[in-house]
Design a protein around this ligand. Structure first.
Ligand code: KG4
Ligand code: ZN
Length: 323
């Protein structure tokens, strides 16, 4: 089954063609990052207008890249929510119009479910349940126990900021620009991660909190105003921040792995692109008895927002009876 998938929840106009939930035939992404770098973040109205301009060319490009015409498409999948309302509408209206014009079934997918399936893309063999999935992006920070398709339990979430949001806000404090995650990861390479001690904010159960960390970085920079021009100082702060985020995420994940004993652990969402975090999780899992299989998206392009993951989630949703 070939699915044409559309994702426009934030600042990426993305269209993909995915076969049988895993084989990516086309994955087109028109990024607005240059546009939003001017403002240091996403302005919703600007994002929606950019989606309108990029939408149809992206659909045409994806069909071309996949080498298929609309008759060979079996269904349309689109991100329903959550996201920026104006941006989501552009994708959903386009998907509805195409489904009507081409006479194809339409399935609407939750954006987080999309991220959850991003680790399935390009895999030879299907992963094995139960899977513990940590989705860390700019807007979300969810720990989900997946026992099967359509059988997902949210066991932990952030009570305030998401990890990616903390990366973006801290990068702004450090004058590193937008998006903050890749910039901090790069700068942190040359820094001392034990330079500053930031709070880990231990919550009850499996929930997360990152707003205290952002504030702690702000106060630390204010207290050391004179060192801002010192390049090594900024690297050390970036490394200490990244270390703290990793400690919080890995600590919670370790507790959940011990409690739920999953067969696999998956890391998804924009922050899953972070190599330091991947390494820390790998290291933690190697210490756990009967270590679960660890996966993150095979390509960097599947970590951040993309439509291929929506095509994968849409496929497994369409296969369930009654959906
Ligand atoms: O999944 P995504 O593209 O969009 C949302 O659904 O939010 O995630 C974007 C987030 C941004 O906050 C960005 O700073 C973060 O992912 N990110 C990273 C890295 N690459 C992207 N965070 C840490 N390290 C990275 N290498
Ligand atoms: Zn996302």
């Amino acid at each position: 089954m070939k699915i044409l998938a559309i994702e426009t929840s934030c600042d990426e106009t993305a269209v993909a063609v995915v076969e049988d939930g895993r084989r990516v035939l086309a994955n087109v992404i028109a990024s607005q990052v240059v546009k939003h770098a001017e403002t240091g973040g996403v302005v919703p109205e600007v994002a929606a207008r950019e989606h309108i301009k990029a939408m149809i060319p992206c659909v045409q490009e994806a069909l071309g890249e996949a080498g298929v015409n609309e008759k060979e498409i079996d269904a349309i999948a689109v991100t329903r929510e959550p996201g920026l309302v104006g941006s989501l509408i552009v994708g959903r209206m386009t998907a509805a119009a195409l489904a009507f014009a081409w006479d194809k079934p339409l399935t609407e997918v939750n954006h987080i479910h999309g991220h959850i399936y991003s680790t399935w893309l390009d895999l030879e063999k299907e992963p094995e349940f139960p899977i513990l999935v940590l989705t860390v992006s700019g807007g979300h920070n969810d720990l989900v126990l997946m026992r099967g398709h359509g059988d997902m339990d949210l066991i932990g979430e952030t009570l305030d900021d998401a990890a990616g949001e903390a990366f973006d806000k801290t990068a702004r404090l450090l004058g590193l620009g937008y998006p903050g995650g890749p910039a901090i990861e790069e700068v942190a390479k040359g820094g001392n991660s034990e330079f500053a001690k930031f709070p880990r904010g231990k919550m009850e159960g499996f929930d997360f909190s990152f707003s205290g960390l952002k504030t702690a970085v702000l106060y630390f920079l204010q207290d050391n105003e004179g060192s801002r021009e010192d390049e090594q100082f900024m690297k050390d702060v970036a490394a200490s921040f990244q270390e703290t985020v990793a400690d919080i995420l890995v600590g919670r994940l370790e507790d959940a792995v011990k409690k739920y004993k999953p067969r696999e652990v998956h890391l998804t969402g924009g922050v899953s692109a972070n190599r330091y975090l991947r390494g820390r999780i790998e290291e933690m899992l190697s210490r756990v008895a009967e270590a679960p299989v660890f996966r993150f998206p095979i390509k960097m392009a599947y970590c951040t927002d993309n439509a291929a993951m929506i095509g994968a989630a849409g496929y497994f949703k369409l296969r369930q009876p009654g959906k």
